[in-house]
Design a protein around this ligand. Structure first.
Ligand code: NAP
Length: 251
């Protein structure tokens, strides 16, 4: 394909930004999404992508807003010609133990992390179906497999992403579209600082990770680029842990 297009939600910073830049290096033009409060930061990412010789389109919308998402996806398809890759990366993390967790905290985390993945995927699918080609990569979390005290709502929302992705893969059958999840471990970003407030926390997480270090956004971007590539054509409905050996599936 001459004109490969990838869309990344929550692309202004952290893991989403690294994914967008890595996909640009791999030859994709980029549809960059984030929420309106991050619009200025998206401009910076767009400039870096254009410096890479790729096109970029900024699409500001809240992934919880179905009408807004359908609008930006329509614009993206019209302006960029196609959408080959969707990376559902936007997410939020708040912390509270279950006895203190409010209904509002539960609903907010589920609305962004779980419903947002559903709404953006549903908006993009008609274009991928028409192309007969697509790669959907959903950013879940090791927390969605193993849990974390104080983050029940976040971990449950990521478990929802994992199961949504499996069913999506089943329903996609022989459409030429794959759907997979990536489960980052402990990654140094603004969100990651909730788990990494100080050097002692960094050292604690490194000590329980096989590679004896925490992760960085570029660690996650490499896995996403692989799942977004033609090399991953026969992989669908799977989840890939990108955690340096913090957890191991099957054990
Ligand atoms: P981050 O630095 O907080 O970046 C997330 C981005 O998503 C931010 O720009 C954020 O904007 C945006 N966003 C939030 N709500 C949105 C909405 N409703 N619509 C559109 N965009 C929205 O987080 P990150 O660490 O890069 O995390 C990226 C993904 O990886 C998330 O899904 C997260 O759950 C997952 N993850 C992260 C870690 C980690 O250790 N960092 C581990 C496992 C999984 P605001 O900042 O303005 O809210």
């Amino acid at each position: 394909m001459d004109n490969k297009v990838a869309m990344v939600t929550g692309a202004s910073r952290g893991i989403g930004r690294s994914i967008a830049l890595a996909l640009a290096k791999d030859g994709f033009d980029l549809v960059l999404n984030d929420i309106d409060r991050q619009a200025n930061t998206l401009d910076e990412v767009a400039a870096l992508i254009e410096a890479e010789g790729r096109r970029s389109l900024i699409t500001v919308a809240d992934v919880r807003d179905k009408a807004a998402i359908q609008g930006i996806v329509r614009t993206a398809a019209a302006r960029m010609g196609r959408i080959d890759v969707l990376v559902n990366n936007a997410g939020i993390l708040t912390s509270a133990r279950i006895e203190e967790l409010t209904e509002e905290q539960w609903d907010e985390v589920f609305a962004v992390n779980a419903k947002g993945v559903f709404l953006v995927t549903q908006a993009v699918l008609p274009y991928m179906r028409e192309q007969g080609y697509g790669r959907i990569v959903n950013i879940a979390s090791v927390g969605g497999k193993r849990g974390a005290p104080g983050q029940a709502h976040y971990c449950a929302s990521k478990a929802a992403v994992l199961e949504f992705t499996r069913v999506l893969a089943m329903e996609l059958e022989d459409s030429g579209i794959t759907a997979n999840s990536v489960c980052p471990g402990i990654i140094m970003t603004e969100m990651g600082k909730a788990n990494l407030p100080d050097q002692a926390s960094i050292d604690k997480w490194a000590a329980v990770t096989a590679q004896r270090r925490i992760g960085y956004p570029d660690d996650v971007a490499g896995a996403v680029c692989f799942l977004a590539s033609d090399a991953a054509a026969f992989i669908t409905g799977q989840s890939l842990n990108v955690c340096g050996g913090l957890i191991f599936d099957g054990g």
